[in-house]
Design a protein around this ligand. Sequence first.
Ligand code: NAD
Length: 438
Amino acid sequence: MIIGAERVETATGPIDVGPGDVVTPLARDRAAQLGVELRRTLQKNPSPHRASSPHQAQPPQASPSHQTQPSGPSQPPRETFSYSAQKTQPPQQSPAPRTVDSATLNSLYRRGAPVAAPLSPLAPAASNAGGRPRVAVLGAGHVGSIATQRLAESGLFGQVALIDVVDGLAAGVALDLWHGAALARFDTPITGSAELADLTGVDYVVLTAGKARKPGMTRTDLTQANAEIVGPLAEAVARYAPSSVIVVVTNPLEEMTHLAQQRSGFPATRVLGMAGVLDTARFAALVGLTGVCRPDEVVAYALGSHGPEMVIPLTQATGRGRPLTELLDADTLTAITDRTRDSGAEIVSLLKTGSAYFAPGQSAARMVAAMAAGSPEIMACAVVPEGQYGLRDTRVGLPVRLGPAGLAEIVTLDLDPAELAALRAAAGNLRQRIQQVG
Ligand code: NAD
């Protein structure tokens, strides 16, 4: 069973954590904040999928992988909770030592270094996936590596499969990240390979493969080169993981998300573009610099495009529950909005060798985690509207709720006429741009 923050927040007493249960990092934090005791027990919770709230983690229904994943033997408890009265029960019999076959070892250690079986990370087939969804990350570069790290650390997934066309790169990054498992306290197996077949049956795919900007380049300059990468990869996703949800990160974002949908043949609800989560986080970070509130106390939505047509409706922006327009003067808010819009280029000009990756990787992981956990939070994603805000036949950043199978709902905010006009203008420009890629 996955014990998430909602379970903690609705608890009326101590929460029993049985063998094999997973407590998400956010749930641990909320438990500490709210004084809810996470009580380790030696008894298994009745059902791994039992949900005590409508938002608690449920595996996607459509995916075949949930039906086929074996649930592995119990893992040693990772938490150091106080024992309850049940601690007087006799200890369970220790599981037999695990046998790890050589194919499994070699899939994780492609250079063939001898590794004693008890020290090996577990391959997916032998893992404790236990019904948790599986996710693949395409592209083991900067963004893909960070996304993989965040996904593994979330504790929500049964496996993170990292794949890159460069032989050895994904395997090396995966192994390096796995070496941090004890430090970051996660047990999600991370595999790395150059094999697209490793997409087989995954529930979510984060597509980061492609070229990044260099100083002086616009995102649109990447269109042709990245279309040649994203198109075939989307077809591979459809072949190996036909029930998955794709989160596209590769730029130019809206064009590549449109292309991925076309080439995968997936419904629009299962191909989402990551940009608004990042741009919103950048806006919140810059508001935080003013000192009026912390970044995580900002509620706002960066809509429109991941570029010049970004629209951040100030009528919807609050800090610590108060309208930002009451906390900051108009000039400051304009400066923050402009700097948010140019943040990507600002980082490119500082790094000189590539583009931003810490916050982008984290943003993509956040979207996938929201789906896996059934989080009710509203986040901005590049989606295809069906009449909302008077828009259709385009792909544009809008506020949405996600569910285990992708887009659950486009949320209609009460925008003022100028904000609505800006959003419609952005959607119109994007319609023209995405038509050029197919
Ligand atoms: P990077 O160069 O560090 O990594 C890209 C990786 O993709 C490389 O390791 C490369 O080998 C791999 N790759 C290329 N072709 C592949 C293929 N056919 N199959 C598998 N892997 C393949 O770049 P990065 O910094 O990680 O950025 C990745 C992409 O994300 C870029 O297009 C960048 O513009 C974009 N990006 C988007 C956002 C956003 O908000 N949407 C933010 C930052 C970066």
